[in-house]
Design a protein around this ligand. Structure first.
Ligand code: PNS
Length: 160
């Protein structure tokens, strides 16, 4: 089974990596797809977001990191995948994700969205929080992989 894990990943966090590492165990191939959400102004370019994910994931033959624009269902068709993986942190994520899953299903009835509950240690974690902390010089240890910390600080001109 090929699964697509779409998201903004602006930047990738340990919460995303937890989902990636768990999702890859239930599929043959996982495509991590950086999408453009027009309503959000990303801090990192698409190429940078892909690069940070690649660095964080390392070489994993069953994980592909790429980007998509346009509708997720059209990207799925291109890849031959029928399953989308999404992470759920708290009830606050639910309403939006529920709407997305139903809209996607109405556009492409053949596809399924599988939700994975976030790891308990990451339920409070978001890319926006990481950016805010980094911009203001706070510590992001434990929130993102060590190997990408420096690049996040360089980009956001923050602290430690
Ligand atoms: O990190 P996010 O905010 O969960 O990522 C959102 C993303 C990129 C996965 C989502 O905005 C998306 O799927 N965009 C593609 C457009 C689309 O297909 N929208 C659904 C029908 S309205």
């Amino acid at each position: 089974m090929i699964c697509v894990y779409p998201g903004s990943f602006d930047p990738v966090t340990n919460g995303h990596l937890d989902i990636i590492n768990r999702a890859v165990r239930i599929c043959d191939k996982l495509i991590v797809a950086v999408g453009s959400n027009e309503t959000k102004k990303p801090a990192f370019t698409t190429a940078e977001r892909i690069e940070l994910i690649r660095q964080a994931v390392g070489f994993e033959p069953c994980i592909e990191v790429t980007s998509f624009s346009g509708l997720l269902v059209d990207f799925l068709k291109k890849t031959g995948a029928k399953t989308v993986i999404k992470g759920l942190r708290a009830m606050s994520d639910f309403e939006y994700e529920f709407q997305m899953a139903l809209l996607n299903k109405s556009l492409e009835p053949d596809m399924e969205t599988l939700f994975m509950m976030t790891g308990v240690n990451y339920s409070y974690l978001s890319s926006s929080a990481v950016k805010e902390i980094a911009r203001n010089g706070g510590k992001i240890d434990g929130l993102v992989p060590d190997c990408i910390k420096q690049r996040i600080f360089e980009k956001l001109k923050g602290g430690k």
